[in-house]
Ligand binder design. Structure first.
Ligand code: ATP
Length: 202
């Protein structure tokens, strides 16, 4: 299996921007936990079927899709329900991630996991790459991208791991602070490093 680089960072830190550069510049394949988390509950999936059986018809939209707002409401109000959903979906997500990683043909893969630190998922990767950004920039970027007020951006940040917690598990760090922060040179350096490591691992 290819070398796995776990890519993480807080909200609006630049994970997608960074992952796209690795992909577009160097053809590195990406496995994205958020994409997989949506796939395991898509219409007709085993995951959605189990959720439907557990919560009843109200958990589906008129189109038989997952009613995310309703699910959020149910699990926000009840820790047991939250644990039930996590116990159902986390193994499914993990399994599908592993399956995707096995299919990777580039010399290494980027496993993008926004909540890698929060969920202690470092063991899924050979190395952890953190996109590091100061909180002020993070709040500004979240506000302008998602059109949310400052209070909301701040509360999302407060619910996530801190910058220090993320940096504590980082093997490598990309700095994405100021507007003129150069991402490509940092990514090019890391790409060379990861190629060298993946060659050694052969
Ligand atoms: P999330 O996990 O919240 O979806 P993310 O970590 O994937 O976010 P991106 O979507 O890549 O972050 O970036 C967040 C926003 O900040 C985007 O609008 C992006 O265009 C912008 N951005 C990222 N890096 C830079 C940069 N170096 N300079 C200016 N804007 C940037």
């Amino acid at each position: 299996m290819a070398l796995i680089i776990g890519l993480t960072g807080g909200i609006a830190s630049g994970k997608t921007t960074v992952a796209n550069l690795f992909h577009d510049q160097f053809g590195i394949e990406i496995v994205d936990a958020d994409v997989i988390a949506r796939q395991v509950v898509e219409k007709g999936s085993e995951g959605l079927q189990a959720i439907h059986q557990h919560f009843g018809d109200e958990i589906l939209t008129a189109d038989s899709e997952l009613n995310r707002a309703e699910l959020r409401k149910r699990i926000f109000a009840n820790e047991n329900e939250k644990a039930w959903v996590n116990q159902l979906l986390h193994p499914m997500i993990r399994q599908r991630m592993e399956q995707k990683l096995k299919q990777v043909t580039s010399p290494y893969a980027l496993l993008v996991v926004p909540l890698l630190t929060e969920n202690n998922l470092q063991h899924m990767a050979d190395r952890v790459l953190v996109v590091d950004v100061d909180e002020e920039t993070q709040i500004e970027r979240a506000m302008s991208r998602d059109k949310v007020p400052m209070e909301q951006a701040k509360s999302i940040l407060a619910a996530q791991a801190t910058r220090e917690q993320r940096l504590a598990i980082a093997d490598d760090v990309i700095k994405n602070n100021a507007k003129n922060q150069k991402l490509l040179p940092q990514i090019t350096e890391l790409h060379k490093k990861y190629l060298a490591i993946s060659r050694k691992n052969l």
